[in-house]
Design a protein around this ligand. Structure first.
Ligand SMILES: Nc1ncnc2c1ncn2[C@@H]1O[C@H](COP(=O)(O)OP(=O)(O)O)[C@@H](O)[C@H]1O
Ligand SMILES: [Mg+2]
Length: 265
């Protein structure tokens, strides 16, 4: 779905932010990108959707080199949810907000109407609401509804659950898991919340100072304490505890598995 081939990038007057980075995210995967603050996670997500262009190397989206494709065409394939929904929202009603990207992309009016109605239902939103006077969780849902209405093949989420309470977070993540499972939408989620990563991602890319330190299945990465330490991120609590409990807990990653293992005695 998306492939980085020896990509480097620096901001003007800055040091090299991304250094000779290569990785491949396959169609239908659910990948978390983790790493300390300033490691380059947001930069990578902006490279994926063409907001930034690599200084050297190539990024292939769905087989097409992003340097040779106009950003408008990339936008059709890649949905991008900003960390802060207020940077995304620009219309005065929820209905117009959800329709906004579809209009920009030239969707037919009847199709837009249909998709907006579906989105309002799915995300429990009201079309006449004024987006900016809603709660943070609702604004996040409004922004996500607008992104998903365009049916992107790749969905990039930059810290998707910042500012959400626990239930809002689970609601959104479960919905995205369903989309990934049932519609094969590819998800790349930037997060420093290891519990969230453990619960939802299938595969993890570990980033440190613009280079890839690790890449593997979530259960493998979560128990690689040396790797997580090098990346300056804290492991999720249950896998980390399971490591301390020894061999009999080797297959424990979730609260349910921990409960079962402890009960067995
Ligand atoms: N717009 C920008 N201009 C200049 N430097 C930036 C800009 N955005 C980020 N950086 C720098 O690039 C590096 C990576 O930042 P970023 O991709 O935001 O990391 P992360 O999302 O992992 O916290 C940091 O050193 C940061 O200071
Ligand atoms: Mg960031």
């Amino acid at each position: 779905m998306i492939r980085f081939d020896q990509v480097s990038f620096s901001y003007p007057h800055g040091e090299t932010t991304i250094k000779d980075l290569s990785f491949h995210i396959y169609k239908g995967d659910f990948v978390a990108l983790i790493g300390a603050n300033g490691a380059g996670k947001s930069t990578i997500s902006r490279l994926c959707n063409g907001l930034l262009r690599p200084a050297s190397g190539h990024i292939y989206l769905d087989g097409e080199d992003t340097c040779e494709v106009p950003t408008s065409r990339l936008a059709r394939k890649v949905g991008f949810l900003f960390q802060n929904p207020d940077r995304q929202i620009c219309e005065n009603t929820v209905r117009d907000e959800i329709a906004f990207s579809m209009k920009v992309q030239g969707w037919p009016a009847d199709k837009i109407k249909e998709r907006v109605a579906e989105a309002l239902e799915t995300f429990s939103l009201k079309g006449e609401w004024f987006p900016f006077s809603r709660s943070r969780g609702e604004r996040q849902r409004i922004a996500l509804a607008g992104v998903l209405a365009c049916e992107p093949k790749l969905l990039i989420l930059d810290e998707p659950t910042t500012g959400l309470d626990y239930m809002e977070c689970i609601h959104i993540m479960d919905y995205l898991t369903g989309l990934n499972r049932d519609k094969g939408i590819t998800v790349l989620m930037v997060s420093h919340d290891m519990e969230l990563v453990q619960d939802y991602a299938k595969r993890v890319l570990v980033l440190g100072s613009g280079t890839l330190l690790g890449d593997g299945p979530v259960n493998e990465i979560m128990k690689d304490e040396e790797l997580l330490h090098r990346a300056r991120v804290l492991p999720a609590q249950i896998p980390s505890l399971a490591l301390r409990f020894g061999d009999r807990f080797a297959d424990v990653y979730t609260i349910e598995e921990m409960y079962a293992a402890v009960k067995q005695g």
